[in-house]
Design a protein around this ligand. Structure first.
Ligand SMILES: [Zn+2]
Length: 54
């Protein structure tokens, strides 16, 4: 089990989850990136800017 980096709630890896996948914390709804599955580690997903501002 990993902890949400934002609110510290425990999150269990879903079946078939892959590193790099984005999930949402059920508690605070933060977008989290799966860093690794064994052990299960999560980081806050970087905010992706839709406008790259050329
Ligand atoms: Zn959370």
């Amino acid at each position: 089990m990993a902890k949400c980096p934002a609110c510290d709630v425990g999150i269990t890896a879903a079946d078939g989850v892959q590193p790099g996948e984005l999930i949402h914390c059920s508690e605070c709804e933060s977008e989290l990136e799966v860093l690794s599955v064994e052990p299960f580690e999560l980081v806050l997903a970087p905010k992706i800017e839709e406008d790259w501002g050329e």
